[in-house]
Write a protein of this length. Structure first.
Length: 240
């Protein structure tokens, strides 16, 4: 073999080796940057792609029940109007009796503006032995914050057992009951980040999340897309 051919052959070998080192190094950099989706064992034992959890280093928790709640809307009720007073005996206006019954269950509702201000009527379980009504301009959570519906920019949920205010929640797996939901509902739930802006009263230790869906649209919420009922749901939890 001539000296020229030998030099060319050596050059090719060196270039090949350098390319191999570059490719191997680049592959490792991609993994370190989180570009490649990895798999992780969840609490339920199932293996799933969890790039969000891995990148954010947050907790994965399974076995949750997901339901929904709303602000009662007086406009969809038809009971007789009854006068309502605050703890000081000041009249807050007249509201439909069946609307008031639901407000005592859900905690708040929006007046229809007929013989009342049309503001949000709140029912406080902790004042005057659970008999206190008061008016506010917006729907409030248990921490005095404004609640944001699930279609909003920073949607609110109530969590039991309580998580610290502002805890970030993402739905990773909606469980077997999700097949009953319209596709847009599942997409909305899995694509948004939710915040623990509210809490339950007297719910024991059941792992439950109540998604705030905003103002009531029909008197009977059951059977509507806003009526959520899912079990064995897996979530991501990131505490503030």
């Amino acid at each position: 073999m001539s000296k020229t051919k030998f030099a060319v052959l050596i050059g090719i070998v060196v270039i090949g080796a350098m390319l191999g080192i570059y490719v191997f190094s680049g592959s490792n950099e991609s993994k370190d940057a989180g570009i490649e989706i990895e798999t992780q064992q969840s609490d339920s034992g199932a293996v799933s792609n969890e790039p969000y959890a891995l990148k954010q280093r947050i907790d994965v928790s399974s076995g949750w029940t997901i339901t929904s709640y709303q602000d009662v809307n007086e406009a969809v009720y038809d009971g007789a109007k009854v006068q309502v007073f605050d703890v000081h005996g000041v009249s807050l206006g007249f509201y439909k009796s069946d609307f008031l019954d639901q407000v005592k269950i859900d905690g708040s509702g929006k007046g229809d503006g007929i013989q009342n201000s049309g503001k949000y009527l709140h029912y406080d379980y902790n004042i005057d032995d659970g008999k206190a009504y008061y008016l506010v301009d917006k729907s409030l959570g248990a921490y005095g914050n404004e609640l944001v519906p699930w279609t909003g920019e920073r949607p609110s949920v109530a969590v039991n057992p309580p998580l610290p205010y502002g805890t970030i929640i993402r739905f990773e797996n909606l469980g077997p009951d999700a097949v009953e939901n319209p596709g847009w509902v599942n997409l909305l739930l899995t694509s948004k980040t939710f915040y623990a802006d509210d809490r339950f009263f007297g719910e024991g230790n059941e792992k439950r999340i109540d998604v705030y869906v905003g103002l009531q649209k029909t008197k009977n919420m059951g059977g509507t897309p806003e009526s959520l009922s899912m079990h064995d749901v897996t979530i991501y939890i990131k505490r503030q």
